[in-house]
Structures are given as C-alpha cells and as structure tokens.
Design a protein around this ligand. Sequence first.
Ligand code: AMP
Length: 424
Amino acid sequence: MSPLKALGGTSDILPDEADRWQKMEETARRVLKLHGFREIRTPLFEESAVFTSSLGEAAEIVTKQMYLFEDRGGRKVALRPEGTASVVRAFIEHGLDKSGGLTRFYYMGPMFRAERPQAGRRRQFHQLGVEVFGSASPYQDAEVLLLLVRLLKGWDVRGWVLKLNSLGCRQDREAIIEQVRAKLSPHRQKLCEDCQVRFEKNPLRILDCKESRCQELSFGIDVSTAVCGACRDHFEKVSRTLGRLKIPFEKDPHMVRGLDYYTRTAFEVIHGGLGAQNALGGGGRYDDLVELMGGSPVPAVGFAVGLERVLMAQETSSGAAQGAVADRAAAVFVSTAGSDITDGLQWVELLREKGIPAVANLEERPLKRQLEQADKWGFQWVVIRGEMEREKGVFVVKNMASRSQEEIPEKMWLNVLQKRLNRS
Ligand code: AMP
C-alpha cells in the first residue's frame, strides 16, 4: 500500500512550527485579555442553516465553498466556514441577546472552505476572530480596529495596510446595488463568467473580483456615495477617531466584504508579502445579524484574522523564526548510560516539579549515541549519570552549546542545574 497523505489544502503542523503557533496564540490571548475579551468555543460543525441564513444564500462561501454533508440522522450539516455565524447562534441560544450591556467574545480555531488550494489559501485554515455585541457607536468600531492593530504589533507584523469603507445600512443596500447595476449594465457581457452570475445575485461582489477586465469595468464606482446621511456621519466619526489614535488607514470605496451581513463600517488589512492572497484579515459592523438569525436587535462589530497568513507575514520580519529554537533549547535531557533508566525517570520528575521541561533517555544505548540524540533534538543541557558518576557520587551537567561540563555532588545537582538554567 502506498503511504497515505494529508488531503490537499490541509497540512500538518510539526513541532518546530507548532512552537511558532503557540507563541502567536499566547500573544493574542494576552492582548485580548488586556482589551477585555473572553473566549467562546463553538462546535466545528453546525446545522448548515446557521451559515446559509446568515452569510446569504448567494455568498460564495455558501454556494461554492461549504463542506456539506448529511449526518446519520439525515440532518444537513456543515463544517464551519467562518466563526461569526456560530458565535451569533450561540449568543442567541444562551439568551445573551436579552441581557443588555456589552459582550466581548473572541474565538480561535480551524475553519473549512472547499477552495482551490494555493499559497495562503487552504481548505482547513485557522482564524482568530473577535465579536463585540451591544454597541452601535462608531467609537466601538475604532476600538476594535485599535485591538487589531495591537495584535499585529504584538505579532511583529509590519508593512500592513488597513482599508476602510462604508457599506451603508439595510435601507441603503438597494440603492447601492442599483448604483452598481446601473454602472455595469452596459458592459455586462464583458464581465467574467462568475461576475455575470454575480450581476444577478450579488452585484457588490463584482467590485471584489480579481479579474483585471472586471476591475477595469468597475473602476470608479464609489459605494460610499449611495449611503445615507447617518451612515456617512458614522463613517466620518470612525475615520476621525482612527486619525486621532494615529492608526493609518486608506479609504477604499471599492472594498466590499464577501458576506451579506455587513452594514456600515467594513475593513480589510492587506499585506504586500502574502502574494495573490493578500488579505490578513477583515471585518466590520453587522448591526442586523442577531435579529436576522432570530434574536433581539443587537448591534455588533468584529473581525477575523487568518493565522496562517499572520505567520507568513511574520516571516518577512526578522527574529520571528528564531524564537522557536530558543524555546526548545530551554529543556534538559537526562542521560542514564550504565545506570538504571527508572532512576532517570525519577530525576526528570524532580526537574518537572520545579517547572523545568525535561526528558529522560529511555533506550539501552551508549552515552555517545544519547548525546548525539540530545544534540539533534536541540537540548541545551544534558545531565549525565552513568556508572562512573554513580561511583564518584556526582552528576555531570553538560552545556551542549558551549560543550563545557561540570561535576556536581549528587545532593546539589538539582539546585546547581536550576541556577545554570536561570542564568542561560
Ligand atoms: P474572511 O472570513 O473570508 O473575511 O477571511 C478572514 C481572513 O481569514 C482572511 O483575511 C484570510 O487571512 C483568512 N482566510 C480566509 N480564507 C482562507 C483560506 N482559504 N486559507 C487561509 N486563510 C484564509
């Protein structure tokens, strides 16, 4: 049998890379806590109606990208393609829409979309998302963007560009769609095949098309001119506040988000180092979604960031990749050539009780081989206790980086090693 492989568009995260993921996640959790966000974990699969009712039947995520299946009870189920719909479903299900006040959630985890895989575009990928429920204030939009920027800083991602637009309220949507249709109608036949369909079903998405002919045809369309006075005022306040907070942004009247539920503020962060799939994250306001999904009318704003893409963007910054190696080097390998392996297991337990990550040799093999292995695995410290050391009543502590080693009387080895580790 030929060896099995992971499906296209999915990948294994091996330990070196997992170290970088953990660092990224730890930074995120620290920053989110500082901003008063708490974690929500929703299931990875839901009744498909959770997504079809919220994202819009015409959204490409729904029509082309959802992993849909019937479970054994004949229910229509989907792997979650994004986080907001599930969070809103949970928000309503647990009666939080009735509680008033402000709710700040974040989530982190895998999403699934049946897209054509390419660099930065996976079928299973990870997002960090935040949702704030209960405020319609433009200052809330600005505060959410402040959080996004702080996350990017915490991750050491530089060179990003924040794009901002207003998509108007529910009442404006028809006028905006009409404006787009009126401008494109004479050129309809020249649009790409997908956009011909979008023209009927979801014309705003034409502004988002990557095909150059569609971009040329839609050039100059400004959706923000069709929004009402109140929405324009909201947008002005968001822009002014970002200016005061020194968050650089570009107004982009062409930027529409892929999903139907956005209202008023919409934004996207792009990064030049990501290639064709250049969006690091995006989000905006969705003031009608909670009501649309059967809850009370509660305004909301949020965003999602693609974590694979954060790592890709980090690679263009120095130092990001070195962190993982430094992490690994903190651990201790306990070598037991010529003495009892069970003793080794007891010694690593002593180290672990002191909070020192440690691994014991478990194989009957010569010291030389054990040291080679410890080197390969990247341990910085090795504790050696062979026959000779036992006779002398010592432990040898070896620094693998400098190759220096010292003999320590057996009563003191734990304390001395701890001191050396604190200094390294
Ligand atoms: P969206 O929910 O489409 O606005 O996506 C938010 C962010 O998730 C994007 O800006 C990307 O960083 C990331 N993302 C979306 N789709 C994919 C994918 N198929 N593979 C990797 N990252 C993705």
